[in-house]
Ligand binder design. Structure first.
Ligand SMILES: Cc1cc2nc3c(=O)[nH]c(=O)nc-3n(C[C@H](O)[C@H](O)[C@H](O)COP(=O)(O)O)c2cc1C
Length: 284
């Protein structure tokens, strides 16, 4: 995969599921990251071809919950992002999914307590040997491109040093959660840009002709969520983030989204019942 001159949808927990990835791609995103999935969870999954939806699902044994859903249409641009603190486990998880995605990425930037206490995310930034171990293990054993995403360290010298260590492992790309886009462009000669919140609020940010109205984008997002039977918790979370940005959860729309329990409730709220029925009637 070529990472130069690309517009990239950043990884976002609960948000970066199949509907938002496909929507961002329709608007022009070249590469779309999935939400971070923890290696422990992934290795409990089995791969299933979902013939009803035409998707490939990674389903947790025992609970039956869909941990990662993808489809052929995004195979050449979707990046599977993983949280890990162990090279062997990371490899086992990556091997399950690597033939269905364009690249495997390791999250080395997440500052949440859950990640840090498990030695994952930003906890890796202070362990360059472990970083080396994880990335070289994946590189040696996979034919799929391997990348990682870091945060800035305390000084730019430390950040550059770490970036160079990572570069020597042979990764295909390194994403840096920098302070500003300007910063990363002028100081690192970056040619590609990754967008998180801007795309969450309005995925048409990737459109070369300019943004569409957020209400149109929201409707398209909901339709894709219905079409791909997205986890309703993820759909609600994403809609709530959009509403919080452009309006308020205190108003009628926000309250109704919070109260919704199913895709059908959301379809009714946005006047998409007909679409909901059409999709469901036509399912085998
Ligand atoms: C809702 C949300 C979820 C995120 N989840 C992840 C994640 O799963 N993995 C990751 O590496 N970064 C995650 N991030 C960080 C973003 O990928 C990105 O680095 C950060 O938001 C800065 O980009 P922005 O200024 O375009 O929002 C998340 C950010 C947001 C807003």
């Amino acid at each position: 995969m070529d990472y130069r001159n690309k517009h990239i949808l950043a990884p976002m927990v609960r948000v970066g599921t199949l509907p938002l990835r496909l929507l961002a791609a329709e608007y022009g995103a070249d590469i779309t990251y999935g939400e971070e999935i923890i290696d422990h969870k992934m290795i409990k999954c089995e791969r299933r071809a979902n013939e009803t939806l035409g998707s490939v699902d990674f389903v947790e044994r025992g609970t039956g919950s869909v941990v990662f859903r993808t489809c052929d249409e995004e195979k050449d641009r979707v990046v599977f992002q993983m949280g890990t603190s162990d090279a062997v486990r990371a490899l086992a998880a990556a091997q399950l999914v690597c033939k269905d995605v364009a690249a495997i990425d390791i999250n080395m930037g997440c500052p949440r307590a859950f990640s840090l206490s498990g030695g994952m995310g930003a906890a890796l930034l202070s362990k360059p040997e472990l970083i080396h171990d994880i990335l070289t293990t994946l590189k040696r054993n996979l034919n799929t491109p391997v990348t990682c995403k870091i945060r800035l360290l305390k000084s730019s010298r430390d950040t550059v040093e770490l970036a160079q260590q990572i570069e020597r492992t042979g990764v295909s790309a390194l994403a840096v959660h920098g302070r500003t886009i300007l910063n990363s462009s002028s100081e690192t000669s970056a040619t590609s840009v990754m967008v998180a919140r801007g795309a969450l609020w309005n995925a048409s940010i990737f459109c070369a002709k300019g943004k569409s109205s957020w209400s149109d984008v929201k409707r398209e997002y909901l339709r894709k969520s219905i079409l791909w039977d997205n986890d309703v918790k993820s759909t609600k979370h994403t809609l709530k983030e959009m509403i919080m940005h452009y309006s308020s959860l205190e108003l009628a729309e926000g309250k109704a989204v919070i109260k919704s329990e199913t895709d059908m409730d959301l379809a009714k709220l946005y006047g998409e019942e007909e679409y909901y029925h059409l999709v469901n009637i036509n399912r085998p």
